[in-house]
Design a binder for this molecule. Sequence first.
Ligand code: ATP
Ligand code: MG
Length: 385
Amino acid sequence: MILPPQTLGMIGGGQLGRMFASAARCMGYRVMVLDPDLVSPAAEFANEHLPVAFTDPTALEKLATDCAAVTTEFENAPAEVLVALAARTTVRPSGRAVAVAQDRHAEKTFFKSNDFPVGPFAIINSAADIEAALHKVKLPAILKTARFGYDGKGQARINTPNELATTLAAWKFAPAILEEFIDLKLEISLVLARGADGEIALFPVAENQHVNGILDITITPARISQELAARATAIATKLAVALDYVGVLAVEFFITRSDAILINEMAPRPHNSGHVTIDACCSSQFEQQVRALCGLPLGDPRLHTPAVMLNLLGDVWPNVKNPQARSAEPDWQVVLKHPGAHLHLYGKREARVGRKMGHITICDTDLSRALAITLEIRQALQAAT
Ligand code: ATP
Ligand code: MG
């Protein structure tokens, strides 16, 4: 077991790294962050920041010697770096698991070959694959780059064969995946932690609403039947075992109009839809990340209060769409006046449309009241932009 005050390494300096650092430092660990950005959300909360490339040999040497364990907060961390570090220190999750999750080709192939339910898809590497893809996948469809997509970026809606050809050409035939457009009833997600000894702790199933491909609201617990929640739980558990996963794993699901459950994708880290666990669960997803990384027994994932999370995108920053005007901060009193509201800001200097700047969690014994307060806050923030 790795105990405080040992040092934990974090590859990536975004908000997930910030919340990990916050949890780890509360527990008495030291945190070292590797991220090339001079100013990053996680670095603000770290004891030490290495502001160099993720592959910088000197920085990797320092992580290997100074850190008792190393993890990552984003799936684009170079998997080979994780594999190399694993020869020197504890690395969780494994580079192998991250490599599967960071490439839609590897991910979908893994799901399919292990009999996990996924919607119709086709792998595209060149123009020669187009015809076969259109045989496998009915239009309309969504084309996604195999790598480096997030928050709906690197995706295009495809309505005609011609659109497929022109979009692929515009993307210079970067490896891609064509997915049939699923008529969704609902989107849900499940975050779990798996310890090195195989122990699994599951957070409650969350219900997610997206706007423009970006998560907007998460409602926890999801308003679904116990039977459906049990199916999602069984799939996520089986997936963590199949990957021999150690750490926090998030699984996103589509629920179709006919109540079929399909895996959308997985993330080898805490997840935006798990942010409610900070304020509404006995142990947060970030505390679980620390515990799994350090080989500690997992914490209690139980939800103590129903909660709704609202993402705060740069869109609600006054004047964000008007570069000529002076930038201003939203009026946080509209949030803070609610005793059940928890404000989390990520310390990003510049607000941009679609950029995740923070989130709010509203806890309430009555879930529908939490949702009503959330919508009231969103409206007040939007009205002031
Ligand atoms: P994130 O990093 O926020 O999870 P992402 O860029 O990895 O997003 P996806 O999860 O693949 O992207 O897609 C984002 C959203 O777009 C989904 O949550 C869903 O709302 C919609 N979407 C994606 N693929 C499909 C599909 N095949 N059918 C219907 N809707 C889809
Ligand atoms: Mg997603």
